[in-house]
Design a binder for this molecule. Structure first.
Ligand code: PRP
Length: 189
């Protein structure tokens, strides 16, 4: 039995369902940006968006450039303010460019709230958000999401980029982690 079978309680979205959703999103995005002369700048947020970014980019029928950003996770003390630290910035200017942020999940919304503020200051022509997963139950700040794949319940989801303590990002599906995994872990610490 694969190790994940002991720790995943349910599969929410299998590989085929994810692939179909990525294609639907890619068609919408390609149609919306097809009149632009310049390539769309996809900004993937490390590390969770890696697989979604790679699949989405390859499903798009418009020219794109790929940029990556990494930010530090906020601790409990900074969570409410949304203050985060930029670990890796864009390699290029986005002034006057059409930009699409690509995220794996919008949870509280604090990460995107920070990123939208930060990137808007660089005066892009447009700045929109595409997320594979949306978990509205925990949202504390309103985020304008232009493209959204699936709404997920308020459970610990892993796979297809999403991790539990850096593990399970490579699962080809999105599943729900058994609560005893992370409650046990917390108890051990
Ligand atoms: C996850 C996810 C989003 C963020 C969403 O990243 O990739 O960036 O959390 O949460 P929020 O809406 O509550 O801000 P995480 O900090 O876990 O890092 P990772 O992408 O490297 O897993």
């Amino acid at each position: 039995m694969a190790r994940w079978q002991e720790e995943i309680q349910a599969i929410l979205f299998g590989p085929d369902v994810i692939r179909e959703k990525v294609e639907v999103l890619a068609r919408q995005i390609s149609a919306d940006y097809c009149t632009s002369a310049e390539p769309l700048v996809l900004v993937g947020i490390l590390k969770g968006s890696l697989f979604f970014l790679a699949d989405l980019a390859r499903a798009l029928s418009i020219p794109v450039e790929i940029e990556l950003m990494a930010i530090s996770s906020y601790g409990a003390a900074t969570r409410s303010s949304g203050a985060v630290r930029l670990l890796k910035d864009l390699d290029t200017s986005i002034a006057d460019r059409r930009v699409l942020i690509v995220e794996d999940i919008v949870d509280t919304g604090l990460t995107l709230s920070y990123l939208l503020r930060n990137l808007r200051e660089r005066k892009p022509h447009s700045l929109e958000v595409c997320t594979l997963l949306d978990k509205p139950a925990r949202r504390c700040v309103d985020i304008p999401i232009s493209y959204s794949g699936f709404v997920v319940p308020d459970e610990f989801v892993v796979g297809y980029g999403l991790d539990w303590d850096q593990r399970y990002r490579n699962l080809p599906f999105i599943g729900v982690l058994k609560p005893e995994c992370y409650t046990l872990e917390a108890g051990e610490g």
